[in-house]
Design a binder for this molecule. Structure first.
Ligand code: ZN
Length: 278
């Protein structure tokens, strides 16, 4: 039996740039800093046309910590040539993260509709193995993010923390771990024990937050603000902390509905929800 933890610490609040997608990264950095947000996870789309080193400096000058880069991965493919291309792209992503000063890359591992999930998982493990030396040399950690099984056709063949642990335990590298996202994992009746096991293995690298709306009208871009849905977010945060996780609580919300609203007000709503429902 576990206690539900008290509201989270403000210094551990991180926001993903995709959450406030209408803002260019420069504006997001300025607004997050002004709002007292301490961490930022940078989506690669937000770096288009920018010098990542300069953006990294800008982020640190505003008193923010770069928590991670989203995202690498997408290893499975139908030909060896395409798989090598994916590996090259991941090496570029590692270089970009290093230039930005990001200590971590989140991996959306990929899948191929029509290919057996077990084969895709093998290609994912092989792809990660191929890029791990580059990640270690750049001192950038990689975090496998298990995705909800509704994405098993083409976004990720890794759908549970258990499957992510199998890959981590197979490769055994201090540079490889797991990103637990409540949206993708809340339904798993083994989640508590899997988080505990991952903590013991030293692979709890990141924790992502949003909520599950009912009904969900778009499988990608209808995520809820914390408190708007049915995920026991605070309980899952408690499991993370009991397992030794001390990193940022990262708000990552894809929502066309929210992107269409005033982002300054939305940022205030995020802060309110963070203390009330996380
Ligand atoms: Zn996530």
């Amino acid at each position: 039996m576990h206690m539900i933890p008290p509201p989270p610490d403000s210094v551990r609040l991180c926001i993903h740039t995709i959450t406030t997608k209408p803002w260019a990264i420069e504006e997001a950095v300025e607004r997050y800093a002004a709002a007292g947000v301490k961490g930022i996870t940078v989506w690669r789309e937000a770096l288009a046309g920018r010098d990542p080193a300069a953006i990294g400096t800008c982020i640190r000058d505003h008193g923010l910590t770069v928590v991670s880069v989203c995202r690498g991965g997408f290893f499975p493919a139908d030909t060896g040539e395409r798989r090598l291309k994916a590996i090259d792209e991941n090496r570029r992503c590692i270089d970009q993260a290093a230039a930005l000063g990001a200590p971590l890359i989140v991996l959306v591992c990929g899948a191929l509709a029509g290919q057996a999930l077990a084969e895709s998982r093998k290609q994912i493990a092989d792809g990660i193995a191929a890029v791990l030396p580059h990640a270690a040399a750049a001192r950038v950690r990689l975090a496998i993010e298990p995705l909800h099984p509704m994405y098993a056709d083409e976004r990720s063949a890794v759908n549970t923390v258990s499957q992510a642990r199998v890959i981590c335990n197979g490769l055994k590298s201090p540079w490889l771990g797991i990103a637990v996202d409540v949206y993708h994992t809340w339904w798993d009746d083994h989640l508590e024990e899997e988080i505990r096991a991952s903590g013991q293995e030293g692979t709890l690298f990141a924790f992502h937050l949003c909520d599950w709306r009912t009904p969900t009208v778009d499988i990608l871009e209808d995520r809820g603000l914390m408190g708007e849905g049915c995920i026991p977010i605070r309980q899952i945060r408690g499991w993370m902390e009991q397992a030794g996780f001390k990193g940022f609580n990262e708000v990552e919300i894809f929502s066309r509905r929210r992107w269409a609203t005033d982002q300054t007000q939305y940022l205030e709503d995020i802060k309110t929800a963070y203390f009330a429902d996380v």
